[in-house]
Design a protein around this ligand. Sequence first.
Ligand code: HGY
Ligand code: MN
Ligand code: MN
Length: 424
Amino acid sequence: MTSPTPDKLTVDSDRLWQSLMDLAEIGAYRDERTGLRGVNRLALTDADAAGRRRVGAWMEEARLSVRIDQMGNIYGRREGADPSAAPVLTGSHIDSVATAGAFDGCLGVLGGIEVVRTLNDRGITTRRPIEVAVFTEEEGVRFGTDMLGSAVAAGRLTLEYAHALTDRDGRTLGGELTRTGFDGPADVRLAPPHAYVECHIEQGPVLAEHNVPVGVVTGVQGISWQEITIHGRAAHAGTTPTRLRADAALAAAQIIVQLRAMVDSGAYGELRATVGHLNVHPDLTNIVPARAEMTVDLRNPDDTHMVRAEEALAAFLRDLEDSQPGLTLATRRMAQTAHVPFDKSVQKTIAQAADDHDLPYIPLLSGAGHDAQEIAAICPTAMIFVRGEHDGISHNPREYSTPQACAHGVNVLATTLLRLANED
Ligand code: HGY
Ligand code: MN
Ligand code: MN
């Protein structure tokens, strides 16, 4: 008599934590200023490739059949009783920003593998297959477009566009896939899964402020990335009168101040604006900068406010050109995604799982972008947030969540995946 399939799953939290700490050793560095250990695994660097090989080995140990697609996305598949049924997909990314912690993305990938390990330990067969995904270049900080692998898998961006993207040294993503051996044969377009659930550290202070361990994510706010190149005129810092200058650095500073004024005005809703990348040329003390390059990252939960903010910025750039004769500005679109609402029914399944694990939760919108916002275009999708410490700092070596908090989130993930994988 086969034992009835349980309806709730609890994972091995020590094994999950060990995987997180082991993966964090790959691409680890010591932050000189703070002495903290951070992680630097930019997409398709040798460190990322080493991390991918380690995760691939863990997938195989968990008896997943592993395939790699033309974008280097990795999928580990656990068969179900009905192999023809659309799989339940989970996962995230293991590429990181250059100053990362151990959790961003990795918790979703290693949490998915831990769920599989637990199903194996318990001898549970689900009706539907379960797949664990590792998406390529989620961060977008090397090749300039975020959620890249998942956006191509879901059909929003083309493989040709993605392969042709270059990093600051001119290396193409396609070339780096080949160099690292992750230019896989599997077709990049993902057949629509039954559902997708991603577990991710919150990367913000909201769960801690509400003193709850779990977040049921209702969607992701809009994202707009653009690069602005400002051309002025190099000139001697001592001999050139101000009236004769076309100062690219001054223009860059005016843009930064204007962005903050737009945010503070409240006229664009809950707009957030960040100039994360800025450099000037020739970058020497006694030369008026001839050129400035900067990136502008805008976030807004409301698409109408986002469009108005982008239009206001464009108008400001036009006026700025007129303000200093000899100044010209060029912009390049890097990424743009609208607010993405998540599926209500998957959110309900997550909430029910949290209840069944006696875990308080709140619904919240994601401030950060995630692969889930791309996969939401092809199947019912939602996310589970895990509480972070230190005000939820992320994209920083201080990013931290506790073994208990990670176990809470992955237990909710496990029970959610189990129930979805047994749905008709
Ligand atoms: O930028 C983001 O929101 C995400 O971390 N890629
Ligand atoms: Mn992430
Ligand atoms: Mn991130």
